[in-house]
Design a protein around this ligand. Structure first.
Ligand SMILES: Cc1cc2nc3c(=O)[nH]c(=O)nc-3n(C[C@H](O)[C@H](O)[C@H](O)COP(=O)(O)OP(=O)(O)OC[C@H]3O[C@@H](n4cnc5c(N)ncnc54)[C@H](O)[C@@H]3O)c2cc1C
Length: 477
């Protein structure tokens, strides 16, 4: 926590493997992370000096989406004439979370906050007759014999994607949490590099963005975001250290055995621009793979008042998203903000988990639609659902007729969203207004339902009909 900006960067770049440092169970910390606009708004409201500190001391940067950004979805380039200039706050996740932890400890004294490292919560302490969680049992990771108990008025379980909450709820309250999981064969290779001039000014001006994978036909993607601005005496340096991710869905994994092989793969499967950018980039870290990405939702709201008092799930512990849309951190920030709003309303403590579950799950629902609409189009999709009676069913899309699993059936609403998104993206290529509205949704500053408003809906409907009947005039011309 006391490391300087350069020490953090060295630490980050010298990792031999993604689990060699940092918090256990958070190996994604070293993968590329973009912080969406609403996530940045929430953090900077909570920590008013944080933004300036990250920019001035840690080289973070604000990238204008008007002139330093390229966003291709599948093979459709979003229109660059945005009607408003949005900015992406760009920083390395490992640096961000380390500095946040430091700010948190500075803002509150030891009486108010205690940071316990190397401890693992192993169980809930409950009172079954009042249906309440009273505290947790935990143990030291360094000495597993030391078991301790912590009692609390209210417990926020933010233990991430591998949370044991389902097991704890079953063991202690005999509650079955309905869940849904989508496996899409998403795989990342992330690394850090210094950007150098390519000889093509328009490529050098792309600081953030890339090609988003879009199933079923565009299953490979590329993303870059600057993590530090640096001063360099080399006239060819762009003065940027950037994070890069080459990724896929449908298990079409990029190699991570050598940079040369990765470059060859990019040359073969992605637009040549990214090969040119990376060829003139100096690699500064290992190529870190990640292949355990999935979407996973716990439908906490369906348990209604059966949900225990004084206990909630937040962030990935409640809902995990395919990382390709960069939603998870902002989703967690939004749920935390919502919880704060609920506390401010001064509800009775016993009602808070019930109220929170309803409101937080609608935040998850928005991100879930954003993530799973295209995931339902992945050719080898695997879906596992557990219903309220505990019956688990697995479906897998496959051409193999001897497969043990039935084919997943795309829900009707999802079919509508797939059709709508397809035409929305095509229309956004023509329209700065629609691209801007779409980016606000990506930033989580506006709800996805804002894209269904009549003025967009009618234009998208018209474009779809026009295409079906081969008409030439577009409303966006
Ligand atoms: C490859 C990849 C790329 C991603 N890219 C992005 C991106 O671009 N943008 C974005 O917003 N999100 C991205 N995400 C998602 C993002 O990483 C998560 O959504 C985010 O970390 C969730 O934060 P969290 O606090 O809920 O959980 P985590 O960050 O996972 O934190 C959980 C914490 O709980 C601790 N813990 C777990 N179990 C216990 C226990 N029993 N006792 C005590 N402590 C425990 C863990 O050690 C950890 O410290 C990406 C994810 C992956 C896999």
């Amino acid at each position: 926590m006391k490391s300087t900006a350069n020490e953090l960067l060295d630490y980050r770049c010298n990792l031999k493997c993604s689990s060699s440092l940092g918090r256990a169970g958070v190996t994604q910390s070293y993968q590329i992370h973009v912080l969406q606009g609403e996530g940045a708004n929430i953090l900077f409201e909570l920590f008013p000096n944080l933004k300036a500190k990250l920019i001035n001391e840690y080289g973070a940067c604000l990238c204008s989406l008007k002139n330093k950004f390229r966003f291709v979805i599948g093979d459709v380039l979003l229109n660059k004439n945005l009607t408003e200039d949005l900015h992406w706050f760009c920083i390395d996740r490992f640096t961000l979370e380390t500095i946040l932890r430091r700010e948190l400890c500075l803002q509150y004294d030891n009486e108010q906050i205690q940071w316990m490292s190397n401890t693992k919560v192993t169980q809930l302490i409950v009172n079954q007759s009042t249906n309440a969680v009273l505290g947790v049992k935990y143990r030291s990771k360094l000495n597993s014999d030391t078991k301790m108990q912590l009692y609390s008025d209210f417990i926020i379980d933010c233990t991430g994607r591998y949370s044991s909450s389902i097991k704890w709820l079953k063991e202690n309250f005999d509650l079955i949490l309905p869940t849904e999981e989508l496996h899409t064969g998403t795989g990342y290779v992330s690394f850090v590099g210094e950007r150098f001039k390519t000889g093509n000014v328009s490529l050098d001006s792309i600081h953030v963005g890339g090609n988003a994978a879009h199933a079923p036909n565009h299953n490979k993607g590329f993303l870059t975001t600057p993590i530090r601005q640096i001063k360099s005496s080399d006239p060819n340096s762009l003065g940027l250290l950037s994070n890069f991710a080459v990724y896929c869905v449908n298990s079409e994994y990029p190699p991570n055995d050598s940079y040369e092989n990765l470059l060859e793969w990019i040359k073969e499967y992605l637009p040549i621009d990214y090969y040119l950018i990376l060829k003139s980039t100096k690699l500064l870290s290992p190529l870190l793979p990640y292949r355990r990405a999935f979407d996973s939702r716990k439908y906490v709201e369906l348990l209604g008042r059966k949900w225990p008092l004084n206990y909630i799930l937040l962030g990935d512990a409640m809902c995990v998203f395919n990382p390709k849309n960069g939603q998870g951190m902002t989703h967690a920030c939004r749920q935390a903000k919502q919880l704060n709003e609920i506390f401010k309303q001064k509800y009775h403590l016993k009602d808070i988990s019930f109220i929170y579950n309803r409101q937080a799950s609608s935040i998850s629902e928005e991100c879930w639609l954003g993530s799973t609409t295209n995931d339902w189009a992945v050719p080898t999709l695997k879906v596992t659902k557990t219903d309220q009676y505990g019956k688990t069913t697995t479906y897998q899309r496959s051409e193999d007729s001897t497969s043990n699993y039935s084919q997943p059936k795309i829900p009707l609403f999802m079919q509508f969203l797939q059709w709508y998104t397809h035409w929305l993206i095509k229309c956004a290529a023509q329209s700065g207004e629609l691209s801007t509205a779409f980016l606000y949704v990506v930033f989580q500053e506006k709800t996805p339902y804002s894209l269904l408003q009549p003025k967009f809906f009618l234009k998208i409907l018209y474009s779809s009909f026009r295409n079906s009947f081969n008409l030439t005039k577009s409303l966006f011309d």
